[in-house]
Ligand binder design. Structure first.
Ligand code: CA
Length: 224
């Protein structure tokens, strides 16, 4: 498993590198946002650990550009303990975040969790209950039968699958599927979910797409 650390503080990046190397990972380090983005895009990494405050380009711009091409998990390191910053990181496509200072044990636990999700992303095939989705072939099957989806429905399904078991808020969905900002009318999300549900869940006794009242939506096999 290969990890790229993008962090300008030499002491802390060396500390992380030493720890993760001894935990069995192959680790590369970059101290600059632009250089780090280049390495991240040209290398085959399983996980990125990304500091927000960086020379070159900051972590926000980094992740915005990185997400245009890659689904590799990103763990954000932020010193700024505000809800807005954390939400912003997650909305832009970070998979998790840690607030500095953090313990190495805590980082390692997050890294392991994120890497456990990786195999599904690498092959771009998701299986949940009797639903099978092949991202590259843009094909969805339920109970072995093909489901025809529009581009937006497919993007929505993909987003839910990439966050399997997690509740996705309407604003997260709106920003990642429609590129709409936080304050937009997110009724479009409810409408799209309803259409997706009609195709994925109607006629099946097991409902995979669930509404979490007051919070958002998630996809999960209720039987697993
Ligand atoms: Ca920094």
């Amino acid at each position: 498993m290969r990890i790229l650390i993008i962090e300008d503080e030499v002491k802390s990046s060396e500390y992380l590198k030493k720890g993760l190397t001894s935990s069995g990972y192959q680790v590369e380090v970059s101290h600059d946002g632009i250089d780090g983005l280049f390495i991240a895009q040209s290398g085959d990494f399983d996980l990125l650990i990304l500091d927000v405050m960086l020379p070159g380009i900051d972590g926000w711009s980094f992740i915005r550009r990185f997400r245009e091409r890659s689904q590799t998990p990103v763990l954000f390191l932020t010193a700024r303990d505000t809800v807005e910053d954390r939400v912003k990181g997650l909305e832009l496509g970070a998979d998790d975040y840690l607030i500095k200072p953090f313990s190495y044990a805590e980082l390692l636990a997050r890294v392991r969790t994120l890497l456990r999700r990786t195999p599904m992303r690498q092959h771009d095939i998701f299986a949940i209950g009797d639903l099978e989705v092949d991202i590259l072939k843009r094909r969805a099957l339920r109970g072995g039968r093909r489901i025809e989806l529009t581009n937006k429905e497919f993007a929505l399904l993909q987003l839910l699958l990439q966050h399997q078991g997690e509740v996705m808020s309407r604003s997260q969905i709106a920003s990642q599927v429609w590129d709409m900002n936080f304050d937009s009318d997110t009724n479009v999300v409810d409408v799209a979910i309803r259409r997706l549900r009609a195709k994925i869940d109607d006629g099946f006794s097991v409902k995979l797409i669930q509404t979490v009242r007051g919070m958002g939506y998630r996809i999960e096999d209720p039987l697993s």
